[in-house]
Design a binder for this molecule. Structure first.
Ligand SMILES: [Cu+2]
Length: 493
């Protein structure tokens, strides 16, 4: 089994034109899994309409990823052991889907960590190609960040050291070997990394089975149940099926009580605008980098690729037997429903509550040292690539050298016609200004990824702490990042 084929070296203008035709049905199958050779490709859309379709929504219960247990704990450090390998997932009932997975599962096992207690994750590459692991949103020394050029060779391993010296946040880990992330994440190399701390625990937020990670990703399938992938460098991949924690549009039984729902958009390039039922109010408590200063009431929750958002949802407002669908207002008919919450009895001894007032105080930032503008554009010359400030990724070049401990103002200016979720490794930023209007209170906390709309300029203020060294910043629409939409910074002392 080898559902992976490395991308073609040369990406010609003709390929690009063929792939930018727009309609999903017209996408060519460059990069499709080798297992498909000679098989007739049928999209899941064709199967969806049939009776007893494996794509029927709300037929399976939401899976919860298993938690990874440390192989040992010593001197305040938890040590984990992970194999990066091939596996088989049962995503469509009755079908087997070849995947790549941490421990061979999709999504990978959840790592739970605690602020002040370091973790070492030994990653062994059992695949036939280079891999590496980026802890997205983590304050991680450069050598352990999963820089796209720092790879683990097949058969080799690397001990990633995570200090966990940052506030509680919903992080995630995923492959970052350069030029392949659109495929490797699509085929399964990602997992949740949940960091807890004391401040968060003092807030009496929902815990344990009432604190639920929800990993969203859109996929498409072949007739044999394998993932179908078609590269589209312009639009990015769009699937016709929404998976939550690896299940097709599942249902989740909820008690009449408060839940903490942690959403991660692990889609290659799809954005969501989440609405509970017909637009019920939910409380946002956290964004990428952890808790907001105060809970923020929302009826619509945008979520761009790689972003995380944490919501408190109070199911006490619904009668037992209620079925409430979480909708994606940006979806097509088959991708409009995300998950259904089926309210059951129980939850009488509720203790969790929505925090009243302030949850934290955000750090005051030093005044910015510099102001930089990064234009986000597509170069359709001989080698089609996405660019930042007229440049594509070159690992031998350092594009910016900020000083440790300083801040700068970075303007993401997007004259292109695609959304770009811009992500900075190893550090966090605050969103200062949007040319299209005010910064939503839900985006005023710590962020590591921000969606920049076509025609928009978003100004962010990165804080270059806590480590020196080489990191990257890039577009997290994975096909854009793979096709060079990435620059390199070196934080210097
Ligand atoms: Cu992009």
């Amino acid at each position: 089994m080898n559902p992976f084929r490395p991308p073609a070296d040369a990406w010609s203008r003709r390929d690009f034109m063929r792939n930018s035709m727009g309609s999903f049905a017209l996408l060519c199958t460059i990069g499709a899994p080798a297992t498909l050779k000679g098989k007739k490709v049928v999209t899941s859309a064709a199967r969806r309409a049939q009776a007893g379709s494996p794509f029927a929504p709300f037929q399976v219960d939401l899976p919860i990823m298993p938690e990874l247990s440390p192989v040992r704990s010593e001197h305040g450090v938890d040590v984990y052991d992970v194999d990066i390998r091939e596996g088989i997932a049962e995503i469509l009932p009755g079908f087997q889907t070849p995947i790549y997975g941490y421990e061979g599962i999709y999504p990978g096992p959840t790592i739970r960590a605690r602020k002040g207690r370091a973790a070492i994750v030994r990653q062994s590459n059992r695949l036939t190609f280079d891999s590496n692991v980026h802890l997205h949103g983590g304050y991680v020394p450069a050598a352990h960040d999963g820089h796209p050029m720092d790879v683990i060779k097949p058969g080799a391993r690397f001990d990633y050291s995570y200090p966990n010296d940052q506030d509680a946040a919903f992080l995630w880990y995923h492959d970052h070997a350069h030029g392949r992330t659109a495929r490797t994440l699509y085929y399964g190399l990602l997992g949740a990394y949940i960091l807890h701390d004391e401040r968060e625990e003092r807030l009496d937020l929902p815990r344990d089975e009432y604190d639920v990670p929800l990993i969203l990703a859109d996929h498409a399938f072949n007739r044999d149940g394998s993932f179908r992938y078609a590269e589209n460098v312009d639009l990015g991949f769009r699937g016709d099926t929404i998976l939550v924690n690896g299940a097709v549009t599942p249902r989740m039984r909820v008690e009449r009580r408060l839940y903490r729902l942690r959403f991660l958009n692990a889609s290659n390039a799809r954005s969501y605008d989440l609405r509970l039922g017909q637009g019920r109010e939910v409380m946002q408590i956290a964004s990428d980098g952890g808790l907001l200063e105060r809970p923020v009431a929302r009826t619509s929750v945008p979520l761009h690729p790689a972003e995380r958002i944490e919501l408190l949802v109070d199911f006490r407002q619904f009668r037992p037997g209620s079925e409430i669908v979480l909708q994606n207002a940006l979806g097509e008919p088959s991708t409009k429903s995300v998950i259904r919450f089926d309210v059951v009895r129980g939850g009488g001894s509720e203790e969790a509550r929505v925090p009243r007032g302030r949850m934290r105080t955000l750090e005051r930032l030093p005044a910015p040292n510099e102001s930089r503008r990064w234009d986000l554009t597509l170069d359709t010359g001989t080698a089609v690539q996405w660019q930042i400030a007229g440049r594509g990724f070159d690992p031998t070049r350092i594009d910016v050298r900020p000083r440790l401990g300083t801040t700068e103002l970075w303007q993401w200016h997007n004259p292109s016609n695609r959304l770009h979720p811009m992500h900075l490794h190893g550090m966090l930023f605050r969103v200062v200004e949007r040319s299209t209007g005010v910064v939503h209170p839900g985006d005023r906390g710590w962020k590591d990824t921000i969606g920049v709309q076509p025609g928009e300029t978003v100004t962010v203020q990165p804080w270059f702490v806590p480590y020196t060294g080489k990191y990257v910043f890039h577009c997290h629409a994975l096909e854009h990042g793979d096709k060079a939409m990435m620059l390199q910074l070196e934080v210097v002392a």
